[in-house]
Design a binder for this molecule. Structure first.
Ligand code: ADP
Length: 420
């Protein structure tokens, strides 16, 4: 038995998002719908590491402390939880930890309880997402060691896109590469799409089988998802989170010939080319200034030509992909903006919506001023309802992990009853 769990008491579940040098966490009491603690451990393995932590509704405090690795960072986080004021957390009360895992590959199409078999499949999948999955796995291993009584659950960013049909997910390259390596479109941001699409259906008055929706997840990583009847039918990211629209520091779609040309002419290794396309491209690469839209909007306002060009390219790239998805869906009923830029930039939303006038989108300028809050921002005359919905990936991860914890608690109870 991997874990032991008490079936009574509040359902406390932790959501974890482990990156290369950071660990973001949020602890929920799902039954009370409360956040008990939240924070981020930053600069893990680097000088100047620290944890920014808040308990309950308290303000955040910064703890500067050396954090050599993910396990050490999580051990510190758990210490902060148990020492927490005003309400210290008993670690044995945490029934499950939900881990964001970026790439589920072809093996995982829904959240799973992590056991040895799952862990080795996840390790295999690391080949598909070398920049993300290894750190997600480190988080899982650290939590197994530090919280042996909690159920470890992997929740995948790719799983929401399991409904994309083969003619949309296959690449037109020899099919042996799909068979041998699983080379296909997977899509990402699925946890965000799951949360936002559920919330959109609630706000729009229920899921309709033929509803046509596009969600724009515009954060540092940006992608679009086309949904029919609430399920994903296509998305802009692909085999990796590098494809699709122009992003903060990622290039989005480029001619594959560009990649080969760069490698040859600059004598670069595949890893160096990937570094350029992932970290030095996008609006950062174009502007030469910043990947942050606040900086770019300010600079463009002061006449910085390349910041202006970067913003134009971002909006153009979104427009082109949106147009394609309107065609894929055969029209559009709802358009939803989420994540950092989608939730906070009226200027980007207005520019994108102006370009979708042909599809019946009319924005209410006054309502579009909203930042960081749920709102309907379309005009009464709009044929398409336009919404802003702040995403909550941690809540979705915790709910998925909590659902499995409940399911397993029930099985455990039955098992106990059977054995007397
Ligand atoms: P991540 O993909 O890292 O989770 P987020 O969803 O947090 O990213 O989005 C972060 C980005 O959101 C920032 O880099 C910035 O470009 C953008 N952003 C945040 N606030 C604003 C704002 N007020 N105006 C314009 N852009 C914003």
């Amino acid at each position: 038995m991997l874990w032991k769990m008490r079936s009574e008491g509040p359902l406390k579940v932790m959501a974890l998002n482990c990156g290369s040098s950071s660990v973001k966490y949020k602890l929920f009491d799902l039954e009370r719908d409360e956040v008990l603690a939240r924070g981020v451990a930053e600069r893990i393995g680097l000088p100047g590491s620290r944890i920014i932590h808040a308990s309950g509704r308290e303000k955040e405090s910064v703890f500067t402390t050396p954090l050599a690795g993910h396990q050490e960072a999580l051990a510190c986080v758990f210490r902060l939880l148990t020492d927490g004021t005003p309400a210290p957390v008993e670690l044995s009360e945490i029934k499950a930890v939900g881990h964001r895992v970026v790439h589920g590959g072809q093996n995982f199409q829904k959240p799973v309880v992590v056991d040895e078999r799952v862990l080795s499949l996840l390790e295999e999948n690391s080949r598909l997402a070398p920049l993300h999955n290894p750190y997600n796995i480190m988080g899982i291993k650290a939590c197994r060691a530090l919280l042996p009584g909690a159920l470890q659950v992997a929740v995948f960013d790719t799983a929401f896109h399991r409904t994309i049909p083969d003619y949309a997910f296959m690449y037109a390259i020899p099919s042996e590469y799909y068979e041998r390596f699983g080379l296909r479109k997977y899509g990402f941001h699925g946890i965000s799409y799951q949360y936002v699409s559920r919330r959109a259906a609630e706000l729009l008055g229920g899921k309709k089988e033929d509803s046509r929706m596009i969600i724009c997840h515009l954060g540092n990583g940006a992608s679009l998802c086309a949904l029919k009847g609430g399920v994903s039918v296509d998305t802009t990211m692909g085999f990796t989170p590098l494809a699709g629209t122009v992003m903060s520091t990622r290039c989005g779609d480029v001619d594959p010939g560009v990649v080969l040309f760069l490698a040859e002419r600059e004598n670069l290794s595949p890893a160096s080319v990937l570094e350029i396309l992932n970290k030095k491209s996008g609006v950062l690469g174009i502007s030469g200034l910043s990947g942050d839209f606040r900086d770019l909007e300010e600079a463009a306002g002061k006449g910085h030509a390349r910041a202006g060009l970067a913003l134009k390219m971002f909006v153009y790239s979104l427009t082109k992909h949106l147009g394609a998805f309107v065609a894929v869906l055969g029209g559009l009923d709802a358009l939803v903006f989420t994540a950092g830029i989608g939730e906070n930039s009226p200027a980007i939303r207005a520019a994108v919506c102006a370009n979708l006038k042909f599809a019946g989108v009319v924005l209410d300028e006054e309502k579009n001023r909203i930042r960081g809050k749920e709102a309907e921002i379309s005009a009464g005359s709009s044929a398409v309802r336009v919404l802003v919905i702040p995403t909550d990936e941690e809540k979705m991860i915790a709910e998925e992990a909590g659902a499995l914890a409940k399911k397993y608690a029930h099985l455990l109870k039955r098992e106990r009853e059977k054995t007397g």
